[in-house]
Design a protein around this ligand. Structure first.
Ligand code: SF4
Length: 239
Protein backbone atom coordinates (compact mmCIF):
# COMPACT_ATOMS: atom_id res chain seq x y z
CA UNK A 1 0.00 0.00 0.00
CA UNK A 2 1.27 3.46 -0.88
CA UNK A 3 2.33 5.30 2.25
CA UNK A 4 0.36 8.40 1.33
CA UNK A 5 -2.79 6.27 1.09
CA UNK A 6 -2.35 4.84 4.57
CA UNK A 7 -4.71 6.32 7.19
CA UNK A 8 -2.75 8.23 9.83
CA UNK A 9 -3.91 6.02 12.68
CA UNK A 10 -2.62 2.98 10.82
CA UNK A 11 0.73 4.67 10.13
CA UNK A 12 1.06 5.50 13.83
CA UNK A 13 0.13 1.94 14.79
CA UNK A 14 2.75 0.50 12.44
CA UNK A 15 5.46 2.82 13.79
CA UNK A 16 4.64 1.88 17.38
CA UNK A 17 4.43 -1.83 16.55
CA UNK A 18 7.87 -1.74 14.93
CA UNK A 19 9.44 0.15 17.84
CA UNK A 20 7.67 -2.20 20.25
CA UNK A 21 9.28 -5.20 18.60
CA UNK A 22 12.67 -3.46 18.63
CA UNK A 23 12.34 -2.53 22.32
CA UNK A 24 10.14 -5.20 23.93
CA UNK A 25 10.79 -4.15 27.54
CA UNK A 26 10.12 -0.43 27.71
CA UNK A 27 10.83 1.01 31.11
CA UNK A 28 12.87 3.73 32.73
CA UNK A 29 16.57 3.01 33.06
CA UNK A 30 16.55 4.56 36.53
CA UNK A 31 16.90 1.96 39.28
CA UNK A 32 14.24 2.00 42.01
CA UNK A 33 12.37 -0.33 44.32
CA UNK A 34 9.57 1.96 45.44
CA UNK A 35 7.70 5.06 44.28
CA UNK A 36 9.72 7.06 46.82
CA UNK A 37 13.01 5.87 45.35
CA UNK A 38 11.82 6.73 41.85
CA UNK A 39 10.79 10.19 43.03
CA UNK A 40 14.30 10.79 44.40
CA UNK A 41 15.96 9.34 41.28
CA UNK A 42 13.82 11.50 38.98
CA UNK A 43 14.71 14.66 40.91
CA UNK A 44 18.39 13.72 40.66
CA UNK A 45 18.17 12.99 36.94
CA UNK A 46 17.84 16.61 35.74
CA UNK A 47 20.93 17.26 33.62
CA UNK A 48 22.47 14.00 34.83
CA UNK A 49 22.60 10.70 32.96
CA UNK A 50 20.54 7.76 34.20
CA UNK A 51 23.76 5.76 34.64
CA UNK A 52 25.24 8.42 36.91
CA UNK A 53 22.00 8.69 38.91
CA UNK A 54 22.03 4.90 39.36
CA UNK A 55 25.59 5.02 40.67
CA UNK A 56 24.57 7.67 43.20
CA UNK A 57 21.32 6.05 44.32
CA UNK A 58 22.96 2.65 44.76
CA UNK A 59 24.72 4.15 47.81
CA UNK A 60 22.03 6.59 48.81
CA UNK A 61 19.19 4.08 48.92
CA UNK A 62 21.12 1.93 51.39
CA UNK A 63 20.58 4.63 54.01
CA UNK A 64 17.57 6.45 52.57
CA UNK A 65 14.53 4.19 52.24
CA UNK A 66 11.83 6.75 52.97
CA UNK A 67 11.28 10.46 53.59
CA UNK A 68 12.19 10.23 57.28
CA UNK A 69 15.62 8.79 56.42
CA UNK A 70 16.36 11.62 53.99
CA UNK A 71 15.26 14.27 56.47
CA UNK A 72 17.51 12.70 59.12
CA UNK A 73 20.47 13.12 56.76
CA UNK A 74 19.77 16.84 56.40
CA UNK A 75 21.08 19.12 53.67
CA UNK A 76 24.80 18.55 54.30
CA UNK A 77 24.42 14.80 54.82
CA UNK A 78 22.34 14.36 51.68
CA UNK A 79 24.74 16.46 49.63
CA UNK A 80 27.56 14.11 50.55
CA UNK A 81 25.73 11.30 48.79
CA UNK A 82 24.56 13.20 45.72
CA UNK A 83 27.45 15.55 44.99
CA UNK A 84 28.32 13.44 41.94
CA UNK A 85 25.46 15.03 40.03
CA UNK A 86 25.08 18.60 38.82
CA UNK A 87 23.06 21.16 40.76
CA UNK A 88 23.27 18.97 43.82
CA UNK A 89 22.68 21.84 46.27
CA UNK A 90 19.32 22.55 44.65
CA UNK A 91 18.50 18.89 44.22
CA UNK A 92 19.16 18.21 47.90
CA UNK A 93 16.91 21.14 48.82
CA UNK A 94 14.14 19.85 46.55
CA UNK A 95 14.41 16.28 47.87
CA UNK A 96 14.24 17.42 51.49
CA UNK A 97 11.31 19.78 50.81
CA UNK A 98 9.52 17.00 48.94
CA UNK A 99 10.12 14.60 51.85
CA UNK A 100 8.69 17.17 54.27
CA UNK A 101 5.58 17.61 52.13
CA UNK A 102 5.13 13.84 51.73
CA UNK A 103 5.06 13.48 55.51
CA UNK A 104 2.84 16.50 56.12
CA UNK A 105 0.30 16.04 53.33
CA UNK A 106 0.47 12.48 52.01
CA UNK A 107 1.14 10.24 54.99
CA UNK A 108 4.73 9.69 53.89
CA UNK A 109 3.61 8.07 50.63
CA UNK A 110 4.22 9.28 47.08
CA UNK A 111 0.77 10.13 45.66
CA UNK A 112 -0.38 8.45 42.44
CA UNK A 113 -1.99 11.63 41.22
CA UNK A 114 -0.58 14.17 38.80
CA UNK A 115 -1.73 17.32 40.57
CA UNK A 116 -0.49 16.00 43.92
CA UNK A 117 2.87 15.07 42.38
CA UNK A 118 3.16 18.54 40.85
CA UNK A 119 2.75 20.02 44.32
CA UNK A 120 6.03 18.37 45.39
CA UNK A 121 9.16 20.55 45.17
CA UNK A 122 11.44 19.39 42.40
CA UNK A 123 8.67 17.66 40.43
CA UNK A 124 7.62 19.21 37.13
CA UNK A 125 5.24 17.98 34.46
CA UNK A 126 7.71 15.63 32.82
CA UNK A 127 8.85 14.16 36.14
CA UNK A 128 5.27 13.60 37.27
CA UNK A 129 4.51 11.68 34.07
CA UNK A 130 7.60 9.50 34.51
CA UNK A 131 6.61 8.69 38.12
CA UNK A 132 2.98 8.00 37.25
CA UNK A 133 3.85 5.69 34.38
CA UNK A 134 6.76 3.82 35.94
CA UNK A 135 5.81 3.62 39.63
CA UNK A 136 2.04 3.32 39.33
CA UNK A 137 1.29 2.14 35.79
CA UNK A 138 -0.89 5.20 35.24
CA UNK A 139 -1.01 6.13 31.54
CA UNK A 140 1.21 9.15 30.95
CA UNK A 141 3.41 10.32 28.10
CA UNK A 142 6.21 12.61 29.15
CA UNK A 143 7.92 14.64 26.41
CA UNK A 144 11.65 15.09 26.82
CA UNK A 145 14.11 16.24 24.19
CA UNK A 146 14.26 12.76 22.54
CA UNK A 147 10.48 12.33 22.43
CA UNK A 148 10.12 15.84 21.05
CA UNK A 149 12.71 15.39 18.31
CA UNK A 150 11.70 11.90 17.19
CA UNK A 151 7.96 12.56 17.25
CA UNK A 152 8.44 15.65 15.10
CA UNK A 153 10.67 13.88 12.60
CA UNK A 154 8.16 11.06 12.36
CA UNK A 155 5.35 13.54 11.81
CA UNK A 156 3.53 12.42 14.95
CA UNK A 157 3.48 15.98 16.28
CA UNK A 158 3.95 19.50 14.97
CA UNK A 159 3.55 21.67 18.06
CA UNK A 160 6.43 23.98 19.02
CA UNK A 161 6.52 23.19 22.76
CA UNK A 162 6.87 19.98 24.79
CA UNK A 163 3.54 20.63 26.53
CA UNK A 164 1.62 21.01 23.27
CA UNK A 165 3.52 18.07 21.78
CA UNK A 166 2.37 15.91 24.69
CA UNK A 167 -1.23 16.87 23.97
CA UNK A 168 -0.82 16.02 20.27
CA UNK A 169 0.80 12.66 21.02
CA UNK A 170 -1.88 11.78 23.56
CA UNK A 171 -4.51 12.41 20.91
CA UNK A 172 -2.88 10.31 18.23
CA UNK A 173 -1.56 7.45 20.40
CA UNK A 174 -4.03 5.13 22.20
CA UNK A 175 -3.97 5.72 25.95
CA UNK A 176 -2.91 2.16 26.74
CA UNK A 177 0.30 2.76 24.74
CA UNK A 178 1.28 6.16 26.18
CA UNK A 179 3.81 4.91 28.70
CA UNK A 180 5.41 2.43 26.30
CA UNK A 181 5.48 4.99 23.47
CA UNK A 182 7.34 7.39 25.76
CA UNK A 183 10.12 4.82 26.26
CA UNK A 184 10.14 3.64 22.65
CA UNK A 185 10.63 7.17 21.35
CA UNK A 186 13.39 7.79 23.89
CA UNK A 187 15.23 4.56 23.03
CA UNK A 188 14.85 5.26 19.32
CA UNK A 189 16.12 8.80 19.82
CA UNK A 190 19.14 7.64 21.77
CA UNK A 191 20.06 4.70 19.56
CA UNK A 192 19.08 5.62 16.00
CA UNK A 193 17.28 8.92 15.53
CA UNK A 194 19.95 10.94 17.27
CA UNK A 195 19.93 14.73 17.18
CA UNK A 196 23.05 14.72 15.04
CA UNK A 197 23.63 12.10 12.37
CA UNK A 198 20.42 10.08 12.67
CA UNK A 199 20.95 6.64 11.18
CA UNK A 200 18.12 6.70 8.66
CA UNK A 201 19.84 3.99 6.62
CA UNK A 202 19.32 1.44 9.38
CA UNK A 203 16.17 2.89 10.91
CA UNK A 204 13.37 0.34 11.32
CA UNK A 205 10.64 2.96 10.86
CA UNK A 206 12.23 4.82 7.93
CA UNK A 207 9.47 3.49 5.67
CA UNK A 208 6.94 5.53 7.66
CA UNK A 209 9.06 8.60 8.31
CA UNK A 210 8.34 11.78 6.36
CA UNK A 211 11.72 13.24 7.35
CA UNK A 212 13.51 10.30 5.75
CA UNK A 213 11.25 10.50 2.72
CA UNK A 214 12.20 14.14 2.22
CA UNK A 215 15.83 13.32 2.81
CA UNK A 216 15.93 16.04 5.46
CA UNK A 217 16.23 14.28 8.82
CA UNK A 218 16.68 17.49 10.76
CA UNK A 219 15.11 18.45 14.07
CA UNK A 220 11.88 20.36 13.74
CA UNK A 221 11.99 24.11 14.20
CA UNK A 222 11.93 25.02 17.89
CA UNK A 223 13.31 21.58 18.63
CA UNK A 224 12.41 21.70 22.30
CA UNK A 225 16.05 21.26 23.19
CA UNK A 226 16.81 23.80 25.82
CA UNK A 227 19.93 25.85 26.01
CA UNK A 228 22.21 24.92 28.89
CA UNK A 229 21.10 28.05 30.71
CA UNK A 230 17.42 27.26 30.16
CA UNK A 231 17.98 23.70 31.34
CA UNK A 232 19.61 24.95 34.51
CA UNK A 233 16.69 27.28 35.13
CA UNK A 234 14.23 24.42 34.58
CA UNK A 235 16.17 22.14 36.89
CA UNK A 236 16.05 24.79 39.59
CA UNK A 237 12.29 25.00 39.16
CA UNK A 238 12.07 21.22 39.20
CA UNK A 239 10.84 20.77 35.61
S1 SF4 B 1 14.19 7.63 9.28
FE1 SF4 B 1 15.76 8.95 10.17
S2 SF4 B 1 14.69 10.80 10.81
FE2 SF4 B 1 13.13 9.19 10.47
S3 SF4 B 1 12.86 8.25 12.49
FE3 SF4 B 1 14.39 7.05 11.40
S4 SF4 B 1 16.38 7.89 12.05
FE4 SF4 B 1 14.78 9.40 12.57
Amino acid sequence: MKKSALPEQERVRRILDILGRRYPHPKTLLHFNSPFQLLVAVILSAQTTDAQVNRITERLFQVCRGPEDCLRLGQAGLEEYIQGCGLYHNKARHILAACQKLLEDYGGQVPADRQALLSLPGVGKKSSAVILANAFGVPALAVDTHVFRVSHRLGLAKAPTPEATERELCQIIPQERWADAHHWLIYHGRNTCRARNPECGRCPVAEWCPAAEMGVPVPAAGSGKKSAAASRRSAKRGE
